[in-house]
Design a protein. Structure first.
Length: 565
């Protein structure tokens, strides 16, 4: 790639590959493979750290669409970088592959290992002393954690598709356990040595008491996979998941494995995701861009994730690394920091900030008969109820009127919901839907909230994005109307005239995922009890969805029906 003003490193080297054994300070070694240019010379190094099969990371670049079977092929093309004058190092984290030690679920020792590995690699005769980190998903998750330790040789990270909050992004969406992804993901690890870290920390007696408490939870025990874990929590690989089940609230375990933006890391960071991974990586990309202290870029692409083996971001990463590791001014930092794909247009838009400065956060009120519109409540409006039980998972939907003009929605959303239930708990699953002019419906994004964990932190919350500490449970009073601020993951779409925006409220996942990306954020805990949930929508209880309108919809969707006659 080149322009009239800049050009990237040329494809001029022949790659060679060799294995490495990297020592770390507690006595174990990390297994790695380096691909670098043949012959003498010193080159910047790009490190990709993971927990999967190293051999599989070097599969031929014949990509197919994302699937569970190949979802872990995320290191990218080592030959691509080596041909252009870089050393690409693929390293297994401790407790996986041929690396020593026990897998600690991205704990502090794992991250320290990688910082030490970067220092060791910087001293190798073939390395220039400048290093970056690269890769998606697992490979991206570790990068800002390592950058926080500020290893001197680390000059930049390229970390799209990486969650940054282990509690909120990975294990407990809105405080609701996401268990199916654990079940699907664990077999992808290579030679993983897993155990309970909690039993070592608190002792066997306290661990057994915590496991007994979790086993008394009917919701957990109603899931066969979780019941088997709780029945024999220390057998085989059960320990790591058994720990998670004993920690339903945010705590030090999750904080130690999440990015702490207050640490003031200044390493340049490239972040991103796609609109389709709202249940895993999307929040982390946006969170990092908003809070990163060093130079940063953000790219959010169309909702298709990426092919496997992963290759799409290679030229973008090369431009980033040329700038920071080779002092080749590629002009990248002169361009807008934010690039977003807008669904429905086939085009991108650029900005300097997130949320976008032109955003008009607009309240769409929920009304009787499934209406959702900007108009406020008339006298006498009431409520809508639905049943939730193991035998019948009902839901309610609210739809806007058809748009009269093209309306762009781009940004975070929040559902301010007034609801009551016959139980002491409610698990809210919120889906944002799109309906085209022909009536075809598509899921756009989701939000979740455990009702007993509804408390928000006013210091960290905004009117468009609530922040829930998730540090305690406060049971609901049956029959009492309670307000819930439910964070809905962001999206970007241009609604054409005649199209509608919809809202579905349920207390369980949808019945079946429409595509592979949907499956990533399904498989949550559901209530084992029967309850009736009521959504209140009237002047006293004004339930509404806050929608980020960035273009169009100047005077509303028209209560008349949104159609020109």
């Amino acid at each position: 790639m080149f322009s009239v003003d800049w050009s990237l490193s040329k494809r001029q080297h022949t790659p060679m590959r060799e294995t490495l054994t990297i020592p770390v300070s507690d006595g174990i070694t990390l297994a790695a493979v380096v691909t670098r240019p043949q012959g003498a010379g010193q080159y910047p190094a790009v490190v990709s750290a993971h927990a999967y099969s190293t051999d599989e990371q070097f599969m031929p670049m014949r990509p197919i669409g994302f699937s569970h079977d190949r979802g872990h092929l995320e290191a990218g093309s080592a030959d691509f970088f080596a041909r252009r004058g870089y050393a690409h190092v693929v390293v297994n984290v401790r407790g996986t592959g041929a690396s020593g030690g026990t897998y600690e679920n991205l704990g502090p020792r794992t991250i320290k290992d990688l910082a030490e590995a970067i220092g060791w690699l910087a001293e190798q005769p073939w390395c220039s002393g400048n290093l970056g980190m690269f890769g998606i998903s697992f490979f991206a998750i570790v990068q800002p954690l390592v950058a926080q330790l500020s290893p001197p040789a680390l000059k930049a990270i390229f970390a799209p598709y990486g969650y940054t909050d282990m509690y909120r992004d990975r294990y407990y969406h809105g405080g609701i356990l996401s268990h199916r992804f654990m079940q699907m993901w664990l077999p992808s690890l290579d030679n993983a040595r897993l155990k309970s870290l909690l039993v070592d920390e608190i002792g066997q007696t306290a661990f057994d008491a915590g496991n007994a408490e979790a086993s008394a939870d009917d919701d957990l025990m109603s899931v066969d996979f979780l019941r088997k874990i709780l029945t024999d929590p220390l057998a085989g690989q059960n320990g790591m998941i058994a720990d998670i089940l004993q920690m339903p609230l945010d705590n030090a375990y999750f904080r130690a494995r999440s990015v702490d933006y207050d640490r003031g890391c200044t390493v340049p960071g490239y972040f991103g995701a796609c609109w389709g991974v709202h249940g895993l990586h999307l929040p982390g990309a946006l969170r990092s861009f908003q809070n990163w202290n060093g130079p940063r870029k953000l790219t959010i692409g169309p909702p298709v994730y990426l092919d496997r083996p992963f290759y799409q971001y290679h030229l973008e990463a090369l431009r980033w690394f040329d700038h920071w590791l080779k002092e080749n001014d590629t002009g990248m930092m002169d361009e807008p920091d934010v690039n977003l794909f807008v669904v429905g247009t086939g085009t991108w838009k650029s900005a300097a900030k997130w949320p976008l400065p032109e955003t008009r956060f607009t309240r769409f009120y929920l009304h009787e008969n499934g209406e959702m519109s900007e108009r406020e409540y008339a006298a006498g409006e009431g409520a809508t109820s639905f049943a939730d039980s193991p035998y019948k998972r009902e839901n309610v939907e609210f739809w806007s009127y058809p748009m009269v003009e093209e309306t762009e929605v781009c940004g975070p959303m929040v559902l301010n919901l007034h609801a009551s239930t016959t139980d002491t708990e409610a698990l809210f699953f919120v889906s944002i839907l799109h309906r085209d002019a022909e009536g075809k419906e598509t899921l756009l994004t989701r939000g979740w909230l455990r009702g007993s964990q509804r408390a928000t932190d006013p210091e960290r919350s905004t009117p468009w994005q609530p922040w829930h500490p998730h540090d305690k449970r406060e049971p609901l009073e049956p029959g009492a109307v309670t307000e819930f601020a439910i964070e809905v993951r962001p999206y970007a779409i241009a609604l054409k005239p005649g199209e509608q925006l919809g809202l579905r409220i349920k207390c369980a996942d949808d019945e079946a995922p429409a595509q592979a990306l949907d499956a990533i954020c399904q498989g949550h805990l559901w209530s084992a009890k029967a309850a009736r949930v009521t959504i209140h929508h009237n002047a006293e209880h004004p339930s509404h969805l806050v929608v980020p309108v960035t273009a169009g919809n100047r005077i509303g969707t028209f209560v008349s029906g949104g159609r020109l006659t």
